[in-house]
Design a protein around this ligand. Structure first.
Ligand SMILES: *Cc1c(COP(=O)(O)O)cnc(C)c1O
Length: 372
């Protein structure tokens, strides 16, 4: 019997090597072995992208991806500042909610979920409103699988000399991130998506000069990056960390490096997603977005006529594959398949075979849904 494969966008199917790392000895987070582990992971995370080694500092946190995003927004957007938040999906909208809860001024440039970011509007707002200190966006909007055009957004930020904060939770380790060119002050990410670690560890890469020239804006004790930054210089953390999550992340990073780094992972994901899209399209199942605007990490497909998401999910789950639903209004229109985790082309071939064997829909009780 094959193991169940997770095709949801995190947590991922672990490699055996990463799973074994969870069995390493118990360790107190106040001991020197933990400090060494932390420093090693920080070093490895800072060199996933070669441009970041010198100018950016990695701050490790215990919590899911949202924890890193919230800590980044909490710490870096000043109470007297203003965030221009660019949204075209669930995760951009979540950013707006977080900053609003922090009581900071925001402006939102929203697009429909299946549309690109509205860069024309971003440019207009920045030209009109000099109180904006930060632009915040999502790199890969996992809601649809769109890889947002952050290169263009970053150029706009650079022109207006406004710092960019990025949610890279579902892109870090598998898509290009051009730190300098994008005027990136910080990006938030997690262990358990494209890096193939376990849930529980997340992190923020922050321009080192920020810690030297500004004080923390955090009104939160736990989500203040400066506290972690200072103690992690020596490898310690102000609060208990997910020790076993760290073990797994260290092993996952070694695996990434040995496999050729993020570029090799991007190639691997691209092969898998193309094979999947081709196979499903041959069965008449259509992509939501054009291939050219999609990330290599995840694809959204339109539900075939007369099938409900649950029909497809349940049949595939019985065969050992966990797919992912659309969120909110997309629940009845699409399903999503991510390629992150320990997957290979044979797994995609097996998945396609399962799709071919889906039971015929019962035409009487299935709703006929179309995408708006
Ligand atoms: C998964 C994800 C998050 C965070 O999700 P958690 O459940 O908190 O790990 C944030 N942003 C994006 C783009 C994501 O894909």
């Amino acid at each position: 019997m094959n193991r169940t494969l997770l095709l949801n966008p995190g947590p991922v199917t672990l490699s055996e090597r990463v799973r074994q790392a969870l069995l390493r000895p118990d360790l107190c987070h106040r001991e020197s072995e933990f400090a060494e582990l932390t420093l090693d992971i920080k070093r490895r995370l800072s060199s996933v992208y070669s441009q970041t080694t010198a100018a950016y500092e990695t701050v490790l946190l215990t919590g899911s991806g949202t924890c890193a995003v919230e800590a980044m927004l909490s710490t870096l957007i000043p109470g007297t500042g203003k965030a221009l938040i660019v949204t075209n999906g669930v995760y951009g909208e979540r950013i707006a909610t977080i900053v609003q809860l922090q009581g900071k001024a925001i402006a939102v440039v929203a697009s429909e979920w299946h549309d690109p970011m509205n860069l024309f509007e971003v440019e207009t707002r920045l030209a009109q409103d000099s109180s904006i200190t930060h632009v915040v966006a999502v790199h890969h909007e996992t809601t649809t699988g769109r890889l947002n055009d952050v290169a263009a957004l970053g150029q706009i930020c650079k022109r207006h000399q406004v710092a960019l904060l990025l949610d890279c939770v579902s892109s870090f380790g598998a898509e290009a991130i051009a730190f300098d060119d994008w005027n990136l002050e910080a990006c938030a990410a997690t262990a358990n998506k494209c890096l193939h670690g376990v849930p529980g560890v997340s992190f923020v890469l922050v321009k080192r000069s920020v810690f030297k020239t500004r004080s923390s804006a955090a009104k939160s004790l736990y989500l203040d990056l400066y506290r972690y930054y200072h103690e992690q210089q020596q490898g310690y953390s102000p609060f208990t960390q997910s020790v076993h999550g760290y073990y797994a992340l260290q092993e996952a990073l070694k695996e990434l490096e040995e496999a050729g780094g993020w570029i090799a992972r991007q190639q691997n994901y691209t092969e898998l997603s193309q094979a999947l899209a081709q196979g499903l399209q041959q069965m008449g199942i259509q992509l939501l977005l054009e291939e050219s605007t999609s990330s290599c990490v995840l694809r959204s497909f339109r539900l075939p006529p007369n099938y409900s998401y649950d029909d497809i999910h349940d049949a595939l789950k019985a065969a050992g594959f966990v797919i992912y639903a659309g969120q909110a209004g997309l629940r009845n229109c699409i399903f999503r398949i991510a390629n992150m985790g320990d997957l290979n082309l044979q797994d995609v071939t097996r998945l396609l075979a399962c799709f071919r064997q889906l039971p015929q829909p019962s035409l009487l009780d299935a709703p006929n849904l179309t995408l708006v």
